[in-house]
Design a protein around this ligand. Structure first.
Ligand SMILES: CC(=O)SCCNC(=O)CCNC(=O)[C@H](O)C(C)(C)COP(=O)(O)OP(=O)(O)OC[C@H]1O[C@@H](n2cnc3c(N)ncnc32)[C@H](O)[C@@H]1OP(=O)(O)O
Ligand SMILES: O=C([O-])CC(=O)C(=O)O
Length: 377
C-alpha cells in the first residue's frame, strides 16, 4: 500500500462517476463542458438560470408547464427568514462578503429540522436546494447594499431570478443587456464537475452530515483564491498592471518572482477554459455599454502577455471579474455572485452523493518520526 503513487491534490485521479456534467479537456484541441449532455454555450445563449437549475436538479430542461411551476415556487421563497436577517445584521458590516454568505447559508440551515439519515428524502433535499437558490440573491443584495450604507430592498416577484437580484442590489431595473450578461455568467458558473468546492460538498455529504453543513463547507472552499476567490483577485491583477503598455513587463516580473497570475491556469483545462469565449462576449457587451475600451485593452494585453510568456490561458474568473466590476458590484462581492450560481451544482452533486453514498476517506503515507517512547518527565 505504501508503495502506491501519491497524486498530490488528487490531480488526474477519477474518484467517482457523475451524471451532472462532463468536462472534456484533450491535450490538444478545444475543451468542452456539458451540463447533463447540453453544451454550456448553448445553455448560456438560450436558457434562463431557472431553466438550468431545473436541468441540473431534475436531469431535463423544463417543459413550459414545469417552468411556470418552478418559477412560481422559486419566487414564493425569495424573502429571507427573520432569523437569517437578524444573524446577518448582527455581523460586522465590514466583514468579508464571503464570510457573511457562508454564515447566512448556515443560518438558513438552522431553520430546517435535522433529519436522521433514514428520514432524508429527495423531495426534502430539493426543497432545501430551491430555498437556497431563491434566497441567496436576497443575501448577496443585502450584503452589497449594506457595504454602501443602503437599506435592503425586497426581492421583486414579478421579475426573473437575475433581474430581481439586480433590481434589489442597485435599486432600479437593470437594462436587458445587463441582465443577459449577468445571466450568462450565472449559467457558466453553475456547475463544473468535481471542482474543489463541489468535492467538499460531496465529502461532507458522504459522512451523512446534514444538507446545509455540506453547502456551508462548499462556500468555504470556494472562497480561496485558487478557486472562486480568483474572480475577486483578478481585479488586483488589473489594478497592478494599470495600463496595457505595462502588461508584458508586469508578466515577466510576476514570472521572475514565481507569482501566480490570478484568473489564469486550470487544473483540468490546459488548452483553454471552454467557458471563456462566452463570458468574454458578455464582458464585451459591458465594455461597450460603459465606454471602457481602456479596460478591454488592458484585459487583452495581459492575456496576450501571459500566453506569449507561459502559454497559460485564462479561466472563467478572468472575464467574469471585470464584467462584474462594470455591472457595478464591489470587488469583494464577486465570489458571492459565484456562490449564487454554483449552489445549483453543489446541490445536484449532494443529491447524487446521497443516492449512491460511500464515505470519502482516502489514505495518507506517514512521513513523521518513527515509533518512539516517552522518556523522562
Ligand atoms: C473557476 C475556477 O475556480 S478556475 C481557477 C481559478 N484560480 C486561479 O485563477 C488561480 C491562479 N491559477 C492557479 O493557481 C493554477 O492554475 C490552478 C490552481 C488553478 C491550477 O493549478 P494546478 O493544476 O495545481 O497546476 P500548478 O499550480 O501545479 O501549475 C502548473 C505550472 O503552471 C504554473 N501556473 C499555473 N497557473 C499559473 C498562473 N495562474 N500564473 C502563473 N503560473 C501558473 C505553475 O506555476 C506551475 O509551474 P511549474 O511547473 O513551473 O511549477
Ligand atoms: O473545475 C475547477 O477546478 C475550477 C473551475 O473551473 C470551476 O469550479 O468552475
Amino acid at each position: 500500500m505504501s508503495e502506491q503513487e501519491i497524486k498530490r491534490g488528487l490531480a488526474g485521479v477519477v474518484v467517482d462517476t457523475t451524471e451532472v456534467s462532463s468536462v472534456t479537456a484533450p491535450a490538444t484541441g478545444p475543451s468542452e463542458l456539458l451540463y447533463r449532455g447540453y453544451p454550456v454555450q448553448d445553455l448560456a445563449a438560450r436558457c434562463t438560470v431557472e431553466e438550468v437549475a431545473h436541468l441540473l436538479w431534475y436531469g431535463e430542461l423544463p417543459t413550459t408547464d414545469q417552468l411556470v411551476a418552478f418559477e412560481r415556487a422559486e419566487r414564493a421563497q425569495r424573502a429571507l427568514p427573520d432569523a437569517v436577517v437578524a444573524v446577518l445584521d448582527a455581523l460586522p458590516a465590514d466583514a468579508h462578503p464571503m464570510d457573511l454568505v457562508r454564515t447566512a447559508v448556515s443560518a438558513i440551515g438552522s431553520t430546517w429540522p435535522t433529519l436522521a439519515p433514514a428520514e432524508r428524502t429527495r423531495e426534502d433535499d430539493l426543497a432545501r436546494a430551491l430555498q437556497l437558490f431563491a434566497q441567496l440573491p436576497a443575501v448577496v443584495a443585502r450584503v452589497q447594499r449594506r457595504r454602501r450604507g443602503l437599506e435592503p430592498l425586497p426581492l421583486r416577484t414579478d421579475l426573473g431570478w437575475s433581474a430581481a437580484f439586480l433590481a434589489a442590489t442597485f435599486g432600479e431595473e437593470a437594462a436587458p443587456e445587463v441582465v443577459r450578461a449577468f445571466e450568462v455568467s450565472m449559467v457558466l458558473y453553475a456547475e463544473h464537475s468535481f471542482n474543489a468546492s463541489t468535492f467538499t460538498a460531496r465529502v461532507v455529504t458522504s459522512t451523512l452530515a446534514d444538507y446545509h453543513s455540506a453547502i456551508t463547507a462548499a462556500v468555504g472552499a470556494l472562497k480561496g483564491p485558487l478557486h472562486g476567490g480568483a474572480n475577486e483577485a483578478v481585479m488586483g491583477v488589473l489594478a497592478e498592471v494599470g495600463t496595457a503598455d505595462r502588461a508584458a513587463e508586469w508578466v515577466a516580473q510576476a514570472r521572475a518572482e514565481k507569482r501566480k497570475v490570478m484568473g489564469f491556469g486550470h487544473r483540468v483545462y490546459k488548452t483553454g477554459d471552454s467557458r471563456v469565449p462566452t463570458m468574454k462576449a458578455a464582458l464585451d457587451v459591458m465594455v461597450e455599454r460603459e465606454g471602457r475600451r481602456d479596460l478591454a485593452e488592458l484585459y487583452d494585453a495581459i492575456e496576450r502577455a501571459m500566453t506569449d510568456a507561459t502559454g497559460i490561458r485564462p479561466n472563467l474568473d478572468y472575464p467574469s471579474g471585470p464584467a462584474y466590476a462594470l455591472m457595478g458590484f464591489d470587488t469583494e462581492v464577486f465570489t458571492p455572485l459565484f456562490v449564487m450560481a454554483r449552489v445549483l451544482g453543489w446541490t445536484a452533486h449532494v443529491r447524487e452523493q446521497v443516492e449512491a453514498n460511500a464515505l470519502i476517506r482516502p489514505l495518507s503515507r506517514y512521513t513523521g518520526p518513527e515509533r518512539r517512547s516517552i522518556t523522562g518527565n
